[in-house]
Design a protein around this ligand. Structure first.
Ligand SMILES: Cc1cc2nc3c(=O)[nH]c(=O)nc-3n(C[C@H](O)[C@H](O)[C@H](O)COP(=O)(O)O)c2cc1C
Length: 229
């Protein structure tokens, strides 16, 4: 494939990658899980620390216990206009991948960075987000659906999940990926135009959105996001 072809495939996967929140219970092949994590391990990380660990939850009983913890301490956001229903949601998906960050790896960061908790946190979260997105793109390329479940990293949800899985203290949940086959088509998505967000060289206030435009668009995306839940 020439470079234009590679770009086209990448753009197609980037557009096709969507958050899915309703899953079928059908199992997914084990080799897909390996392939997804294999892509993620090449993600860029601060000072190449690769501070990630991937814990795959594919045992139904353990998954149900994790669902119970999340129901109590980090329930999914609901579309306020939809009847509450649990069926076909994240809880029936066959696999969860919990992405952990290992804070012990901070000794690999430059001295000035590792002495600041905020800096370590920022560098590690950015690195882990790269790994997470890589997993989502890989899942999309394999015809799978995924959801980013961030409430899994809340303090109480984290303690509950760590107690269930026996994960050591030094590892912190970054986020959890729900993985499976889609039981829904994602709603249409509008993204901001390139001309609205790309700026070259010296810029002034007039080159960026006004306060009113930012607030109006943020309200629009918030409503869109809730409707997608
Ligand atoms: C940092 C981050 C946290 C997110 N947390 C959640 C979450 O907890 N639950 C969820 O359903 N989606 C979550 N999402 C998915 C976003 O809502 C979603 O990416 C966004 O609405 C755009 O939709 P799309 O992924 O279909 O393009 C999260 C995404 C990111 C990047």
């Amino acid at each position: 494939m020439d470079d234009t072809g590679v770009y086209d495939v990448l753009l197609e996967i980037a557009k096709k990658r969507r958050t899915i929140r309703r899953f079928r219970p059908d199992p997914i092949p084990d080799e897909f899980i390996t392939k997804i994590i294999d892509v993620a391990r090449f993600a860029p990380s601060g000072f190449h620390t690769q501070p990630w660990e991937f814990v795959v939850i594919n045992e139904k009983e353990l998954r149900q216990k994790i669902v119970a913890v999340l129901t109590q301490y980090g329930p999914p956001i609901r579309n306020p206009n939809e009847e509450p229903s649990q069926s076909g949601r994240f809880d029936v998906a066959p696999v969860f991948i919990i992405l952990f960050g290992d804070w012990r790896a901070k000794v690999g960061l430059p001295d000035a960075a590792q002495s600041s908790d905020a800096r370590v946190d920022g560098l590690f979260r950015t690195s882990l987000a790269n790994a997470f997105l890589s997993m989502q793109l890989a899942a999309t390329s394999l015809g799978l659906a995924s959801q980013w479940y961030s409430a899994a990293s809340g303090e109480r949800a984290q303690s509950g999940i760590k107690a269930l899985t026996g994960i050591p203290e030094e590892l912190r949940i970054f986020d959890m990926m729900v993985l499976g086959y889609a039981a829904e088509e994602p709603i249409g998505k509008d993204v901001r135009e390139l001309s609205d967000m790309v700026h070259y060289n010296a810029c002034g206030t007039e080159d960026f959105r006004t306060d009113e435009e930012v607030v109006a668009y943020a309200r629009h995306t918030r409503a869109w996001c809730l409707a997608a839940h």
